[in-house]
Design a protein around this ligand. Sequence first.
Ligand code: TRP
Length: 465
Amino acid sequence: MKNSREQWGSRLGFILAASGSAVGLGNIWKYPHMAGQNGGAAFTVVYLLCILIVGLPILLGELAIGRKTQLSPVGAFNKLSNLSNWKWVGFLGVASAFVILSFYGVVGGWTLKYTLFALSGGFNSLSGSPDLSSQIFTEFIGSSFQPIFWQLIFMSFCMGIIIKGVKSGIEGGAKIMMPLILIILGLLVFKGLSLEGGKKGLEFLFKPKFSDLNPSSIVMALGHAFFTLSLGMGTMITYGSYLDEKQNLFTSAIWIILLDTFIAMLAGTAIFTIVFAMGADPSAGAGLIFVVLPTIFPQIGGGAIWGTLFFFILFMAALTSAISILEVITAYFIDEKGWSRNKATLLFGGIISIVGVFCSLSLGEFNIAALLDISFFDFLDELSSKYMLPIGGALTALFILSKWSVKTFLTELLIGVKELKLDKSLLNSILQILLIVSSLVVGLIIINELFDLLFNQSLQKLAGF
Ligand code: TRP
């Protein structure tokens, strides 16, 4: 079975697929408003440090585990730990994939609906009326049929790509969608900068305001560094398992990080130059994309086209991430249960779509998590991004430190590296320190969240910040 395992067709294809997983709603929707509200460039500096200190070692770890074993997470942890309990970290990854895709698919559906909404000129009636826009958005996501219809279409795209396999499906899709995302974002940035007053948006996003930076924004930057690189649920293990030994994992990881960060900054620039040029409220937070942007696109020349392009890249970014989530589940059933790709994808893509229907309904009249006092949608979102992913990431770092050994990890990393500029034992120590720091830091975030959940009091507040 292993001989027939699919591999990426090219190094570029792999980098585009992996950065396609990383670039998602997190980059275009979450990063810009978080940076804008938490100190601009000051936030970005902290976020970049977090990416290098916490993100890079775990990204390298996941890629190396996947390539070494040529297996998806459950099999990979099983093989490297000689069938011990570490396989549960793999199962946690599969479970996280299930949870995340259930609500990610719902938002994917919204991006599709808004692309067509913009294309049809529907934003015109919202011009300059944030209240109306907000009402229309809330009514849309809370209604019973429309969002489910779009979610099912989004999930069908996702399953269609995964069924086509690693090379022609995932890689082929990323090779088309990633360059398109870059080109269209580039055009939007150009447009934004050319608008009168647009440059003020650059200041908002990039001028360092250290006084706006507080401990909770640092925790936020950390969590986001982790989320934006798709770490902690074995996505990068799965993608790494389709790599051969010729690839240099260091440079690949750096490329993935650079592309992910660059696209987040481009998105932030496009959004804030347009928001400032049109005098809209830059601190609208999470509602910025679906509520504020539709009210200002009609005010710029060719607004229907720019609006359509914007939501179209949001759709593509969501899709290249969603396929990487479904692939974790599909690969598990192929590797461990010997299922066919078609069967695994259709069955689990189908089940996730059904769970997604309940997520979508929970934003309207039918909330199956009503007892918990939050919507089922928010429940799955918080469960995964606050607990499951950080726990998965911290355990991956601990696995390397305590079971696989940093030395074996480094040996795997150095395969494919032609010339090593650093001393090997120095590199070994650096990796060890970074892994210890990242497991501690991520551990602290989880404890902080739990504390907050149980006692309604976060550690930074208790410490008197
Ligand atoms: N990185 C994605 C984004 O920025 C979100 C994400 C988190 C993700 N974990 C993932 C995507 C795992 C795919 C797989 O939106």
